[in-house]
Ligand binder design. Structure first.
Ligand SMILES: Cc1cc2nc3c(=O)[nH]c(=O)nc-3n(C[C@H](O)[C@H](O)[C@H](O)COP(=O)(O)OP(=O)(O)OC[C@H]3O[C@@H](n4cnc5c(N)ncnc54)[C@H](O)[C@@H]3O)c2cc1C
Length: 342
């Protein structure tokens, strides 16, 4: 174990909510270190839908998952957060009042007055469809997320699933792929009716295919898919030639080590109060998708609001003798100085 890294706040998870927490904490003079299992910042936005548009960030009519991540990184730059990527926080224990010690799977030790858990769905993993031998194609011609749309230009794509991700990627990739086939086990969808209607229109215009059935086997070699065999509910099995398959069967939410930190849980989520988004352990907060409270919406904008209120209470732990004065960034020269604009 290395010497402890001392910080005001340790943020576990560098998703959009963890990143915005840096901003709100920074405005109040609290320094943060962030740890994330992924090798990049941005959480779900950067890992699962970097090129997909988000339309409901307040005052930002359109931004992609990666665009939002980049903008957040720009916004928090003045506060100089330190990132520890590719590391998982394994333990968190209380060693003072308040003081916490956290350790990572790479042997790093942190001592922080406040811990903010922004762990989203935990260590999220895509659900693997039950197709024998699929592992051999993963990462080369079977993909559970679209990192770069260009990689699928002029390819024959098989998109599998009936939820929002399957339908959204079908619609996004259809214009650039050679041919897209969407395959789903039934003619009912969990995806938004608007997306389903758009897909059916494209099928009606002959611009893509929709098939009913389940992929039962894959054909190919050296990681390169050639075709998928499909079992329909009725009728004979058939094959679809394809260069890549994109199964969207949802994500498994693995809470991971968070479950062992002595924090009260409700299923896989952390209950918090709505005044400060603090857990049952004073000094440990939870923001973003990982928390739960009456009326919780798993939206990025909710996590941003939660981060702002969390920072107000965190201040009391980090600076117990100081009084916090509420200020606007538009008019406070001291905040503008921190932001490097005055
Ligand atoms: C396809 C798709 C489309 C979406 N579209 C929208 C939209 O239009 N609008 C909207 O508001 N929301 C949307 N969402 C939801 C949005 O992405 C989430 O609400 C948001 O990402 C939650 O942010 P977060 O920071 O709480 O968690 P996450 O983004 O999940 O990030 C959590 C991070 O914590 C890390 N982590 C977990 N456990 C540990 C640990 N023990 N140690 C270290 N790191 C850890 C993870 O690796 C991850 O990077 C969408 C989600 C998906 C999947």
């Amino acid at each position: 174990m290395s010497d402890p890294i001392k910080t005001d706040v340790l943020i576990i998870g560098a998703g959009p909510c963890g990143l915005f927490a840096v901003f709100e904490l920074g405005l109040l003079d609290m320094k943060a270190h962030l740890v994330d299992i992924l090798d990049k910042v941005g959480g779900q936005c950067a890992e699962l839908y970097p090129e997909k548009p988000i339309y409901d960030i307040p005052a930002v009519p359109y931004v992609t998952g990666q665009g939002l991540t980049d903008a957040l990184m720009e916004q928090i730059k003045p506060f100089g957060p330190t990132f520890h990527l590719g590391e998982m926080v394994e333990t968190v224990e209380k060693i003072g009042d308040p003081l916490f010690r956290a350790t990572t799977d790479r042997g790093k030790v942190f001592e922080a007055k406040v811990v903010v858990i922004g762990a989203g769905g935990g260590s999220f993993q895509p659900k693997r469809p039950p197709v024998p031998g699929i592992e051999a194609y993963e990462g080369s011609s079977v993909f559970y997320a679209v990192r770069k749309m260009e990689q699928f230009r002029d390819k024959r794509l098989l998109v599998v699933g009936g939820g929002d991700s399957a339908l959204d990627w079908t619609l996004n990739l259809q214009p650039i792929a050679k041919r897209v086939t969407l395959i789903h086990r039934r003619d009912q969808f969990r995806a938004s009716p608007d997306s389903v209607n758009k897909m059916k229109t494209l099928v009606g215009e002959g611009k893509m295919d929709f098939k009913l059935g389940q992929v039962s086997a894959l054909e190919g070699g050296d990681g390169q898919l050639v075709a998928a065999q499909v079992k329909p509910d009725k009728g004979d099995p058939y094959r679809i030639e394809c260069d890549a398959m994109l199964p969207f069967f949802g994500l498994t939410m693995k809470l991971g080590p968070v479950a062992n930190w002595g924090i009260a849980l409700e299923g896989e989520l952390i209950p918090v109060d709505t005044a400060a988004f603090e857990t049952n352990v004073p000094g440990i907060f939870a923001v973003g998708d990982i928390n739960t409270y009456p009326g919780k919406l798993k939206l990025i904008l909710s996590g941003f609001h939660e981060a702002a209120l969390m920072a107000q209470k965190a201040y009391k732990y980090v600076y117990p003798d100081k009084r916090l004065v509420f200020q606007y960034t538009t008019s406070s020269s001291s905040l503008q100085k921190k932001l490097g604009v005055a």
